[in-house]
Design a protein around this ligand. Structure first.
Ligand code: ZN
Length: 496
């Protein structure tokens, strides 16, 4: 039996409120004029307190208890209840005073972080970070944990994961990446000269829309706009928004960002109709969602077959600008591996090293084993050790990410898990679809998309993240597939 109609409707109304809040947030980042900020802030705060009230209400608790005691719930009904209970229990465990204080402190910390980053001065942000860590430790105590306080926070992003379950996945990747990086850096860097010049934004936009449509983005059920930071947001399966930004000195950045956000959007457009307005319409974790964006961005759009099809198309959009450029040159150029200071924009190989630093620091900070004032020195030491780069100042170092100013401790590993899951999924897909790369070379993406729809998208939140990965790939999460992907790709491209 499915869950009762009143319980389904109660969740439907919560989903409506959440989607309305998403419309406001999307508008804030795309079209809202500056003077709209004050009233928008109030509107969003009102909606989020309504959502909080509804989820934690006694009425919803009663409806859930009744569903539980029914006994003959279907498997979907049980997953529905499990997901709802997960969110509700976490909210109920947190006292209102702590939630309010966290909201006040994060907005102050965000302002302080913006200023501190501009002035390249970590000391100006440190007192705010200390306060957020203190509140996050209180939050961890309320939520409960076995090993270390960080474990209580990570379920907001990766349910079922802890520092101890992540280490055996992330540490071998870190070690193997450092070794691989050494081999890649020992051969000459590919030529990227032909990517310089001016690439008109309107042509970039048209080419990006063409690629998005070709890989399967449904423009009847979504649209693309411009925002300072590319993102994807959903107001329901039939209205999924992506954003991008254009840099006229770089012809691939906006395109690859578009494809990345498209990967998120294809997921959101692919949930089951019957899951609309229920807790099942979603990804089981941030890492699973990220696996979809990274699959399209990295596995597909950084591959040689993809560019065998799209390089000639790109040449039509930018007449004369890529004359004489061969597919191999192009693919080597967009796959250049070079250690850098900034996580955003890092290549796929070094990216996970940026995450490794943050993961290590966060766990120790929450446990009180690393003092806030020691962050810059520890950050810079690890960047030198893992990436071989010297950090010139805090803005290019420990102040570069917004996450800590939002107290989003536990978020970073989701990025690496996205890369890991994306590679695991791709490996299984190649097994199931032997003609997949021929299709990609012909510009046909229906088979891979349908495969993802069937195995990942339509599952929604029926399974938790790790069981879903097992079901889709037949394996436990590990970095092995990602490392095989690196070996194969850089072996082919660089002959290493
Ligand atoms: Zn993403």
């Amino acid at each position: 039996m499915p869950v009762s109609a009143p319980l389904k409707e109660a969740c439907g109304e919560i989903a409506d409120l959440a989607h309305a809040a998403s419309v406001l947030a999307w508008d804030q980042q795309t079209y809202m004029p500056p003077r709209g900020a004050e009233s928008r802030g109030r509107q969003m705060a009102t909606l989020s307190s309504l959502i909080h009230e509804r989820i934690t209400s006694a009425r919803l608790g009663d409806l859930m208890a009744r569903a539980e005691s029914d006994g003959d719930l279907s498997e979907d009904g049980r997953a529905f209840l499990r997901e709802l209970d997960f969110i509700r229990t976490r909210l109920i465990k947190l006292p209102g005073s702590l939630v309010r204080e966290m909201a006040l402190e994060t907005s102050a910390a965000f302002e302080a972080w913006v200023r501190a980053r501009k002035q390249k001065d970590f000391a100006a942000f440190a007192p705010h970070l200390s306060r957020l860590l203190e509140l996050s430790r209180q939050k961890a105590e309320c939520l409960g944990y076995k090993d270390t306080p960080w474990d209580a926070l990570v379920p907001d992003f990766e349910p079922g994961m802890t520092a101890a379950t992540l280490r055996p996945i992330l540490e071998p990747l870190r070690e193997a990446t450092v070794a691989l990086l050494g081999r890649i850096r020992a051969v000459p860097e590919p030529d990227t000269q032909f990517l310089s010049g001016t690439w008109p934004a309107d042509r970039q936009r048209e080419f990006g829309l063409r690629v998005a449509r070709d890989i399967g983005f449904d423009f009847e059920g979504g649209r693309q706009d411009i925002a300072a930071h590319p993102f994807c947001t959903s107001f329901g399966r039939g209205d999924v928004r992506i954003t991008t930004r254009y840099d006229e000195s770089n012809p691939v950045e906006a395109l690859l960002a578009t494809i990345h956000e498209c990967g998120h959007a294809l997921y959101d457009q692919g949930f089951r109709t019957e899951d609309d307005r229920t807790p099942l319409a979603g990804a089981p974790s941030h890492g699973i969602h990220e696996s979809q964006s990274r699959f399209w961005e990295i596995v597909i759009a950084h591959s040689t077959p993809f560019w065998r099809h799209f390089l000639p198309v790109m040449k039509e959009y930018f007449p004369g600008q890529l004359d004489g450029v061969e597919v191999g040159d192009f693919v080597r150029a967009i796959n250049r591996v070079r250690p850098s200071l900034i996580r955003v924009g890092a290549d796929e190989v070094t990216y996970n090293l940026h995450i490794a630093v943050r993961f290590d620091l966060e766990v120790r900070l929450l446990a009180g084993e690393l003092a806030v004032e020691d962050i810059p020195a520890e950050w810079n030491r690890q960047y030198k050790e893992l990436l071989g780069v010297d950090v010139p100042d805090d803005a290019a170092g420990c102040l570069q990410d917004v996450h800590w100013s939002h107290a989003a401790f536990g978020y970073f590993p989701s990025y690496t898990l996205g890369n890991i899951y994306g590679a695991m999924i791709a490996e299984k897909m190649e097994e199931d679809l032997p003609g997949m790369w021929d299709d990609v070379e012909q510009g046909r993406f229906t088979a891979p998309l349908e495969w993802l729809r069937e195995h990942v998208h339509r599952e929604g939140k029926r399974l938790r993240p790790v069981p879903l990965v097992r079901k889709v790939t037949g394996r436990d999460p590990s970095a092995d597939a990602l490392l095989r992907h690196f070996e194969r790709k850089y072996g082919e491209l660089l002959g290493i």
